[in-house]
Design a protein around this ligand. Structure first.
Ligand SMILES: NC(=O)C1=CN([C@@H]2O[C@H](COP(=O)(O)OP(=O)(O)OC[C@H]3O[C@@H](n4cnc5c(N)ncnc54)[C@H](O)[C@@H]3O)[C@@H](O)[C@H]2O)[C@H](O)CC1
Ligand SMILES: [K+]
Length: 522
């Protein structure tokens, strides 16, 4: 399966070092990056009558010089504006700068604020701007000349192509460090970085192009996870990211293979939703519909007796039982929480004691957050468990606040894993799924249309469906859970729905397209 890895700056540096130690030189890596930048910029922008590269002090700037050199091979007029004196460059940067001059690239320097007028003039003569100011090495906020140049690039009204990451975006968190280039397109070098996806980074990245393969192997990337882990294993269990990848269409195909012709409803699992309370009778029904939409064979609700007649008479599809029923003992998976209220702690405690796969959602999470005994049961559960907090619920579970969760969602998802030792689905724009072993999957699909009451209930039911039929299809649990998040997001991104019940219908359509393998879903 094609996996797109997401790396931190430290992991990228380590993978780079491992590659260099195995025999590929830093000069060659930069040359390869430059060649791919040149070809890719020419493909993206039709008018390349004059290309201006703005080069910073580090290797990102070196990639810019190398790209300029490759562009000259096509006889394209190229100017590199170096923001540091060219004489101060050393190592492979110096070599690539020299080669660029030899190839006929015009090299200009702008090393003080007095040169900003000239930078503006060079930008105004360009047809594309290549941003090679900073990459993964940016470590503090931009100020002075650098900040002014970024402002001029953003104002120049030319297509902007960023090498690796838009300069000014922190590659580990996606936040803007002072000011950042607003790229039209970004070419990630060797791997995508967290900054392409998180916080403001996603908007500043523009179109994220396919990762440039500069010869850094998967093995080097995998080794970089281990070698950048700074936990002391003797003292504590490691809680660094073990691996991080982007959910892609192949995950969805693996999760919804064609249905066997001779299958029956029992084959696809029976999901039981525990939820509903006075005023919240729709939530468990939406979860039940979500379970069917994701492919469950049967869906049932167990609800408090006082709302049982309402829920039972309100829908045809989902079977409904009062709490006194013990029929749920046959469940293949349980979803606890949608619309449940905060009075069901005892029943939740019993569900946590079962060996059934369990999705803990909504009010069940709120009860856990308020009750240390439930927290300890959740953390010590041996059966498969998924918690599905939105940022508010995550904050309660972590005794933190929403701002802290949202400012570092990667850390929040790891903290939830550390505390509750189960699968975590941290919902929101770019939902993160984390395994108990700290493998993280980022969902790039979706739309703000999903920010509506009830959409989380649909998702909880969908995850229940996947847990109820985990057997046999060959997809890993990570693929199953993360592709369920992606299916929900893809359905939500479709036009023409407003009500969460309609979302379940769209989920069903997208899922059936996948199962038919007609490849219509993009
Ligand atoms: N992925 C790879 O294996 C390869 C990546 N390449 C490219 O190299 C950059 C990363 O290079 P690095 O030199 O580490 O970092 P930068 O170019 O981002 O710049 C670091 C440079 O800037 C100084 N600095 C940091 N913050 C500031 C600031 N706010 N103001 C002024 N100066 C600042 C810092 O001290 C350093 O001197 C990666 O993104 C790729 O583009 C390789 O070319 C090929 C291998
Ligand atoms: K850049």
């Amino acid at each position: 399966m094609g996996i797109t890895r997401i790396l931190t700056a430290a992991q990228m540096r380590k993978a780079d070092e491992i590659t260099i130690a195995s025999g590929l030189s830093a000069f060659d890596l930069m040359d390869r990056a430059g060649r791919i930048v040149a070809n890719s910029a020419l493909k993206c922008v039709p008018d390349y009558s004059r290309i201006v590269v703005i080069a910073g002090p580090g290797n990102n700037g070196g990639d810019g010089f190398a790209a300029a050199c490759h562009l000259r091979k096509y006889r394209i007029p190229v100017t590199v504006v170096s923001l540091v004196p060219v004489d101060s460059l050393s190592g492979e940067l110096k070599k690539h700068a020299n080669l660029a001059v030899k190839a006929g690239v015009k090299v200009r320097e702008a090393t003080s604020l007095g040169a900003i007028g000239e930078v503006e003039r060079w930008l105004s003569r360009s047809s594309i701007v290549i941003d090679a100011i900073f990459g993964t090495g940016l470590c503090r906020g931009l100020g002075g000349l650098m900040a002014e140049v970024v402002a001029k690039i953003n104002a120049c009204d030319r297509p902007v192509f960023s090498i690796d990451i838009a300069s000014g975006i922190c590659s580990d968190s996606g936040v803007i460090l002072g000011v950042a280039v607003k790229a039209d397109m970004t070419l990630p070098i060797a791997a995508t970085k967290w900054g392409h996806w998180l916080a403001e980074g996603r908007d500043y990245t523009g179109r994220l192009l396919d990762v440039a393969d500069i010869g850094i192997s998967d093995d080097a990337i995998e080794a970089s996870w281990r070698e950048t882990c700074d936990c002391d294993d003797e003292q504590e269990r490691c809680f660094c990211v073990n691996s991080a990848s982007l959910i892609n269409d192949e995950y969805l195909k693996a999760a919804w293979p064609p249905r066997p012709r001779l299958s029956h409803k029992g084959y696809f699992g029976h999901v039981w939703v525990f939820g509903g309370s006075v005023g919240f009778t729709g939530a468990p029904q939406l979860a039940g519909l979500g379970a069917y939409a994701a492919g469950a064979g049967l869906a049932s609700i167990i609800c408090p007796d006082e709302v049982w007649p309402i829920i039972a008479s309100a829908n045809l599809e989902v079977m409904t039982h009062p709490e006194s029923s013990s029929a749920w003992q046959k469940a293949d998976a349980i979803v606890a929480g949608p619309g449940w209220g905060l009075e069901r702690g005892e029943l939740l405690s019993r569900l946590l004691d079962t060996e059934k796969p369990l999705v803990v959602d909504a009010d069940a999470l709120n009860m856990v957050a308020a009750n240390p005994a439930l927290q300890s049961k959740l953390a010590n559960r041996t059966a498969l468990t998924v918690i599905t907090p939105h940022p508010g619920e995550a904050a309660r579970l972590l005794e933190s606040d929403i701002g802290t969760v949202q400012d570092d969602r990667k850390q929040a998802v790891l903290d939830l894993v550390r505390r509750y030792r189960c699968w975590v689905v941290l919902k929101g724009s770019e939902t993160l799924v984390a395994s108990p072993d700290r493998d993280i999957y980022l969902n790039p699909f979706g739309s703000p249309q999903l920010a509506i009451a009830g959409s989380g209930d649909v998702l909880a039911g969908m995850i229940g469906a996947q847990l109820s039929r985990q057997k046999g299809d060959g997809a890993t649990l990570g693929e199953l859970i993360s592709s369920t998040v992606a299916l929900h997001a893809k359905a939500g991104a479709r036009e023409g729905w407003y009500l969460p019940g309609e979302l379940a219908k769209l989920v069903s359509e997208v899922r059936q397209n996948l199962e038919r393998g007609d490849g219509k879903e993009k």
